[in-house]
Structure formats: structure tokens, C-alpha cells
Write a protein that binds this ligand. Structure first.
Ligand code: UDP
Length: 319
């Protein structure tokens, strides 16, 4: 049994990861300021606090942890464009402070929530970990800067670069709940249920087979499992590194809409809209490195299975 501090453990991916750690018997404490997370999704001790508050961070870490999994971050691309200083402060300075404080307390593993947005528009797909880093938003820049901070920190770190996190816990008890919601799958499901206006399909004139953007939708349970693998590897003495987490397969927006229609048995109300600024045409992951080093590969590779879990959550969500 390990003692693990999970920052941002009340959020979408952090809550699934915390649950998985608890299920295997680890001792978990969540540190979350609840600015976007939900206390209802935390099944262990919750310390309500900001990762930029050195007093809270030091006091929490002083209780003794083997590892830190760091999800707490600002994660809206559009907001990062209007408030870049906030993204630098929370995502970069916050990560630096947390890693610096953790290093002096016996923490032997630091797992970091990074993002494929650090690659910007990749020149080739699938995109591998050595592809040029060309983030196109302050959000992506902040994740890349935080990775570089961790590369120089005094604690071994694993930077996990997520592609498009999707799905929900199969038992329907946890799932995606953002305000504002900007992600395709929850928006499409809400449109099906009449909770929102018709989905806007952002661009049909991309250089892709059907003209719509292609993304790599990775199930949140697969992401959570990868964090456990990375954590265990670092605790076992691995020096750390960076890994892509995706399925290795792309799905277009139209294919996704069709999957939602198959799963729900209803038509998705949608309308064509102009391209959304900053959306690359096609991004999907090369995942060989995670397979080789972490012994991990996505299990939920069928897009319908991912949408089924998201649909179960969308119908019964409690928060
Ligand atoms: N998308 C869309 N309508 C929406 C939201 C998203 O057409 O209301 C498209 C978006 O252009 C992108 C894909 O869906 O190609 C996934 O977008 P999302 O915001 O879920 O994730 P991103 O890839 O931007 O991180």
C-alpha cells in the first residue's frame, strides 16, 4: 500500500484515478480547491486548498506521501487565450511549487497530467513523443513549460500527454461535468437529450477523409490505469520521462456523431458552423512508447463503448 497525494482529485480524470488507487488499497488524500471539481466525486479525505498556497501544500505534504499525482490545473484553451497569466501561474508556477515542496518530503514519484496540445498542429500523424513542441495556446504552452520544470526537479516525474479524454466510469457514478462544457461528446449527448441547443459542428472543410476534424478519444479509465502504471514504475526506481496516452486511432467529428446516434438510438441535432480557431485538422497518438515502457495500452478502443459509458453518465449524473 502506498500513500498518494492526488491534486485535482475532484476533477474528471483525477476522480477516476483516485477511485482506482483506493480500489487497489492505496491510501489517498485529495488536494483540490473545488474551483472546477466536485466534492461529491471524492471518496477519500479531501483537503480543500490551492496548489499555489505554499502553506497548505507544505502542511499537506508533511503528512508523508510516497507519490504525488498532479491533475490540478486550468484546462480551458479559450480561457487561456484571454487570461494567459492565470494559466502560467496555476499550471507552471503551481507545478513548480508542488514539485519543489514534494522533493524535500520523501516523495519518490511525481506523475503529471500533460496534454497533446504541447504538439500544436503536428506535421505528421500519428504523433510521437519526440515530435516538435509547438503549442498554439497559452494552455498548451503552460503544459510544456510545466514538463520542463519537472525535468529539472529533484523528484522523478512521469509526464503523461493525454489525447482526448472521454467516457465515464462504467458503473455510472463518475463522469465529465464541466462548466462551461466545451467537449464534443458531452455536448453531443446533451444535444440529444434536449438539454442544450443543437451541436455546432466546427468545420467541414478540413483536409481529412470526411472534412471534419480527427481526434484520438481515450477512455478515462484507460487514462487512470496508465497513471497507476507510471506511478508504480517511478516508485520502483524508474528515472521518469514523457509518454503519449491515446488509442493510436483517430475518429472524426462526423464518425463520433454517428457513434452517438448508434448508442443513444436518437438523431444528434447539429448544425454546421465555421472552424473553431486553433483546432488542428487531425491529431492522434503514436502509443508504442507507453506500450513498451509502461506495459500499458488502451482497452476501450471501440468508440461506441466509450460513448456508451458517457451516455450512462449523462443520463444519471448527480453533479
Ligand atoms: N467540436 C465540435 N463542436 C463542439 C465541440 C467540439 O465540432 O461543440 C469538435 C472540435 O472542433 C474538435 C473535436 O470536436 O475537432 C474535439 O473537440 P474537443 O473540444 O472535445 O477537444 P479538443 O480536441 O479541442 O481538445
Amino acid at each position: 500500500m502506498a500513500r498518494i497525494l492526488v491534486t485535482g482529485g475532484a476533477g474528471y480524470i483525477g476522480s477516476h484515478c483516485s477511485r482506482m488507487l483506493l480500489e487497489r488499497g492505496d491510501d489517498v488524500v485529495v488536494l483540490d480547491d473545488l474551483s472546477t471539481g466536485h466534492a461529491e466525486s471524492v471518496a477519500c479525505e479531501l483537503v480543500v486548498g490551492d496548489i499555489r498556497d505554499e502553506v497548505v501544500v507544505r502542511k499537506t505534504l508533511a503528512r508523508g506521501f510516497d507519490g504525488v499525482i498532479h491533475f490540478a490545473a486550468k484546462a480551458l484553451v479559450g480561457e487561456s487565450v484571454s487570461s494567459p497569466a492565470l494559466y502560467a501561474d496555476v499550471n507552471v508556477r503551481g507545478t513548480e511549487l508542488l514539485a519543489r515542496c514534494a522533493a524535500g518530503t520523501g516523495v519518490r514519484a511525481f506523475v503529471f497530467s500533460s496534454s497533446c496540445s504541447i504538439y500544436g498542429t503536428p506535421k505528421t500523424t500519428p504523433v510521437d513523443e519526440d515530435a516538435p513542441k509547438a503549442p498554439e495556446s497559452p494552455y498548451g504552452e503552460s503544459k510544456w513549460a510545466a514538463e520542463q520544470v519537472l525535468a529539472g526537479a529533484d523528484v522523478p516525474s512521469a509526464c503523461l500527454r493525454y489525447f482526448n479524454a472521454a467516457g465515464a466510469h462504467p458503473d455510472g457514478s463518475l463522469g465529465e461535468s464541466h462548466d462551461p462544457e466545451t467537449h464534443l461528446i458531452p455536448l453531443a449527448l446533451d444535444a440529444v437529450m434536449g438539454r442544450r441547443p443543437p451541436l455546432k459542428l466546427f468545420g467541414r472543410d478540413y483536409p481529412t477523409p470526411d472534412g471534419t476534424c480527427v481526434r484520438d478519444y481515450i477512455h478515462v479509465q484507460d487514462l487512470a490505469r496508465a497513471h497507476l502504471r507510471a506511478l508504480d514504475m517511478l516508485l520502483g526506481g524508474h528515472p521518469g520521462g514523457a509518454w503519449n496516452l491515446g488509442t493510436g486511432r483517430g475518429t472524426s467529428v462526423l464518425e463520433l456523431i454517428h457513434a452517438v446516434e448508434r448508442v443513444t438510438g436518437r438523431a444528434v441535432p447539429y448544425e454546421d458552423a465555421p472552424r473553431r480557431t486553433g483546432d488542428p485538422a487531425a491529431v492522434w497518438a503514436r502509443v508504442d512508447r507507453a506500450e513498451h515502457d509502461l506495459g500499458w495500452r488502451a482497452q476501450h478502443t471501440a468508440i461506441d463503448a466509450v460513448v456508451e459509458d458517457a451516455w450512462r453518465w449523462a443520463q444519471a449524473r448527480r453533479f
